[in-house]
Ligand binder design. Structure first.
Ligand code: UD1
Length: 421
């Protein structure tokens, strides 16, 4: 079951519901570690990465149950083994999110270095630097980050002023979670303001954390002696929503997505409008209608609220069939144009020069066998396949299950013809 076949050329139409956000649920699951007693996390997307994070927490000794709605109940009080092994971290980089919570709550952590990644080197130096500034002693031995607290405060980290050299999403999240249990005040400057950081901060606040400046680049945290497990419903997945909207635009479709949080999608909706789509925003829902070949749109990726790198590959597919030439500039990750070679197999005319892709729109793409190389690259190939003439086989489709819940069921619900085999 590692391949899907897409019979292209069907216009997407109908209504689907957005799932909970992958990039919010992962830090929230990691943050359950700092609460005493049980947390109940709802609106959890059924994703491979969520299963991996659950396994990681269970391996450490947390009590964990998942009910028939995919809601997760976690009690970390029984943790005995604060370790994230290489085997887990290599399949899911977000395992690094365990580092801050573990050292803050248990005074020690051993987390494998994520190592190389398909979309670039993706270091974690800023996570380590931030925790060191809070008094953690950190050594990297044999590919593992060993962290412990050792100071006059016993097992507590110490609040500090931390200036992030670069805007990093999981780096901000790791330090934010740790700061909630540290002694004294922490100020995180140049913090990430991504909506998923905000969702995490809402969960931490509900646990009793004292956080100010949520959603701004200056976050103040007054550390607490303890936090309590609580309930949190995960925000909608803006990248899943954006991906379905691009798919509808490419197939000149007419779709509505419910359970959306529209304010998180401004940059993507602006680009879809520029491409010629008609967008209507309702309360927690977005409708898109497209009656023309897409106009080419230039894209420049940057931290929120600018255009998200996680939507870059999908717009590459859209621009591949646009009526003209566009330039996509990828500023966050080197080597994030691996989908380009695959799109070219389908007839796209794209030239990559450094971190820019110059895309000359063609009349149509043609179905071809292609291979997924990372999560968002695989999404771009699926939506290209939907708009292409003929059949497209996307191999190594397991990447897509890391971040899209039931993607073929949802697309088939909109009229697509996709089979997994
Ligand atoms: C998160 C998202 C990912 C998204 C990315 C950018 C999760 C689980 N993943 O990844 O989907 O594509 O944000 O929006 O939320 N950097 C350093 N040193 C560090 C950390 C980061 O140099 O210690 C650099 C990275 O190489 C990159 C940039 O900072 O160039 C931003 O990366 P970052 O925001 O950390 O990405 P992730 O949090 O890994």
């Amino acid at each position: 079951m590692n391949k899907i076949t897409i019979h292209g050329g069907t216009r997407l139409a109908g209504t689907i519901k957005a799932s909970g956000a992958k990039n919010a649920v992962l830090p929230i699951l990691a943050a359950t570690l700092v609460g005493q007693g049980e947390s109940h996390i709802s609106h959890v997307p059924h994703l491979h990465d969520v299963t991996t994070m659950n396994q990681l927490l269970a391996q450490m000794g947390a009590q964990l149950t998942v009910d028939h709605h995919s809601d997760i109940y976690i009690n970390p009080d029984s943790i005995t083994d604060p370790v994230a092994p290489y085997e887990t971290v290599k399949t899911m980089r977000a395992s690094i999110l365990a580092l801050g919570p573990l050292v803050a709550r248990f005074g020690q952590a051993k987390v494998s270095l994520p190592g190389g990644c398909q979309i670039g080197s993706r270091p974690v130096d800023l996570h380590i630097k931030g925790l060191k500034a809070m008094g953690a002693e950190i050594e990297v031995i044999d590919g593992y980050i060993h962290a412990r607290t050792k100071n006059a405060l016993g097992n507590r980290l110490q609040g500090n002023r931390i200036v992030m050299d670069k805007v990093t999403v999981t780096g901000t999240e790791n330090i934010l979670i740790a700061a909630c249990l540290a002694q004294g005040e922490t100020l995180i400057e140049n913090a990430a303001i991504e909506p998923e950081v905000v969702d995490l901060a809402k969960y931490l606040s509900a646990m009793g954390a004292n956080i100010e400046g949520i959603g701004t680049s200056k976050i103040y945290v007054q550390g607490k002696d303890s936090l309590n497990g609580t309930h949190h419903a995960v925000m909608p997945d803006r990248i899943e929503i954006g991906t379905f909207l691009v798919a509808a635009a490419m197939t000149q479709g007419d779709i509505t997505i419910t359970n959306t949080s529209n304010e998180d999608l401004d940059a993507v909706l602006d680009k879809l409008t520029e491409a010629g789509a008609q967008i209507e925003l309702g309360e927690n829902q977005i409708s898109l209608k497209m009656n023309q070949r897409p106009n080419p749109v230039d894209i420049y990726t940057a931290p929120h609220p600018a255009f998200p790198t996680d939507m870059q590959a999908q717009f590459c597919a859209l621009n591949a069939v646009a009526d003209g030439t566009s330039i996509i500039t990828e500023n966050l990750f080197e080597n994030r144009f691996m989908h380009v070679e695959e799109l070219k197999r389908m007839g796209a005319d794209i030239n990559v020069e450094g971190n820019r892709a110059i895309i000359k729109g063609v009349d149509h793409l043609s179905g071809a066998p292609v291979t997924a190389t990372d999560l968002r690259a695989s999404a771009s190939l699926v939506i290209a396949g939907l708009a292409a003439q003929g059949d497209t086989d996307v191999h190594d489709i397991h990447y897509i299950d890391r971040g899209y819940e039931a993607i073929e069921e949802k697309l088939n619900q909109l009229g697509a013809k996709i089979i997994r085999s």
